[in-house]
Design a protein around this ligand. Structure first.
Ligand SMILES: [Zn+2]
Length: 430
């Protein structure tokens, strides 16, 4: 025993230290238990509130107090109007007309199928009155109707949305679209992303399994953290063709654009492929003409695509010709600047409003794939004409668009660093 006390005296501090550690661990364990129990309880409670059981109890209580008030939840069906819906609840025509005429006057009557209408009525001596009505008219706006004696107060309720910045990235397995959907990116953001990269990447040919993408963009969420709409793309990056291309959203002198690390705008003066989803079927060069049968220089590039596939203007320009022209069939000649013209042949029809002397924007639909003129099947014959000479569009080093210089470049560098820092933070939180 004395030995033991001696031992304690010698190792007193060590002993206290272990006691302290022991209490600390016990404390941490208990705290953790309490926390997880509270979380579980809250979760259970929420599940309970949403459960059928709770609904039954609630209905039972309301049934039994014989309240003159009744609450209805209705899911809007196709072709429903507010008037039609209210008629389902035995409300008098005068009451309905009184309300709906006011709502129509305020242009707040457009309900859409699938949305929820909440209605509260009061029944007195067989006369049913609308007490309140609540329904959404778009993703962020709802209409609230409250009875005020013999009249109604109608007000618009606009959901307060919170801006949130998110980063999504993924490896491409099949195609960009499905891989982006898989990582939770909204479809409209994917389309915008594809447009931004449309000048850099040919989505039909360049993408290989294992290529990657990253998108940093804005979401607007409601208080339940549900995404109500999306905002702008701030940064977009792709690893494709064995190199990484990173593009930054930058606004300067009221013009927004996407620029790469060198401050070069992604928008080139001409697109390589003015058509989506096509297969290159015949390239520029000597070939045996499929109809004429003899060797002839093919002075353009053919893209096979189904009849009706939209054809885009490959750059901003003015239409010089839009008519039937020799073996080209329906043909468009577009002048971009003093150096470049592009031509499009065999179209089934021209785009809306497309005729001589009309200005078009890059990416605008100017016509549709067809097989008019000397052609064996639906395809686009595409020519790039440089200084009056037809050149191979696929080999062409296309001139790039704007490059940021001086003050613009300095501002861009500052903005780019800010985006990179924010991006690194968001990636960490992912
Ligand atoms: Zn051709």
């Amino acid at each position: 025993m004395t030995n033991f006390i001696n031992f304690l005296n010698q190792k007193k501090y060590l002993f206290y230290f272990f006691i302290l550690i022991f209490f600390f661990i016990t404390y941490a364990l208990i705290l953790n238990q309490i926390k997880s129990y509270a979380g579980l309880k809250e979760k259970n409670f929420n599940t309970f509130l949403k459960s059928e059981e709770f609904k039954n109890i609630k209905d039972f209580v309301f049934e039994n107090i014989r309240s003159p008030y009744k609450e209805y939840n209705y899911t809007v069906e196709n072709k429903d109007t507010l008037e039609k819906v209210l008629k389902k609840y035995n409300i008098s025509d005068t009451e309905i007309n009184n309300l709906t005429s006011k709502i129509i006057k305020k242009k707040l009557s457009n309900i859409s199928s699938g949305s929820q209408i909440q209605l509260v009525t009061r029944e007195e001596k067989g006369n049913k009155q609308i007490i309140s009505l609540f329904y959404p008219i778009d993703t962020i706006t709802s209409v609230e109707v409250k009875r005020n004696k013999d009249d109604f107060n109608i007000s618009k309720v606009i959901l307060k949305l919170n801006k949130k910045e998110v980063v999504a990235s993924n490896t491409i397995k099949n195609n960009l679209y499905s891989s982006a959907i898989e990582s939770g990116v909204e479809p409209n953001i994917i389309v915008e992303f594809a447009n931004i990269f449309g000048f850099e990447v040919d989505f039909q040919r360049d993408i290989r399994k294992g290529d990657t993408f990253e998108i940093y963009y804005e979401q607007f969420t409601d208080d339940d953290n549900v995404v109500r709409r999306t905002g702008k793309i701030i940064y977009a990056s792709m690893f494709v063709n064995n190199k990484e291309v990173s593009l930054y959203n930058f606004k300067y002198a009221n013009e927004t654009g996407f620029y790469d690390l060198d401050g070069k705008s992604v928008i080139k003066t001409l697109m390589k492929t003015p058509i989506n989803g096509a297969r290159l079927s015949s390239s520029f060069g000597l070939r045996k003409h499929p109809i004429l049968g003899f060797n002839k220089l093919h002075q353009g590039t053919d893209f096979a695509a189904p009849t009706g596939t939209p054809i885009m203007a490959s750059g901003n320009g003015v239409i010089v010709m839009a008519q039937k022209y020799k073996g080209y069939g329906n043909y468009i000649l577009l002048r971009h600047n003093s150096i470049f013209e592009t031509a499009y042949g065999h179209m089934s029809k021209f785009g809306r409003g497309i005729r001589k002397r009309v200005s078009v924007k890059q990416g605008q639909i100017i016509g549709y794939v067809g097989s008019t003129g000397l052609s064996t099947g639906p395809h686009l014959h595409y020519e790039v004409i440089k200084n009056g000479k037809r050149v191979n569009s696929q080999r062409l080093k296309l001139p790039t668009g704007k490059i940021l210089n001086n003050e613009a470049r300095n501002k861009f560098e500052v903005e780019r660093i800010k985006i990179d820092v924010r991006l690194a933070e968001l990636r960490k939180n992912n």
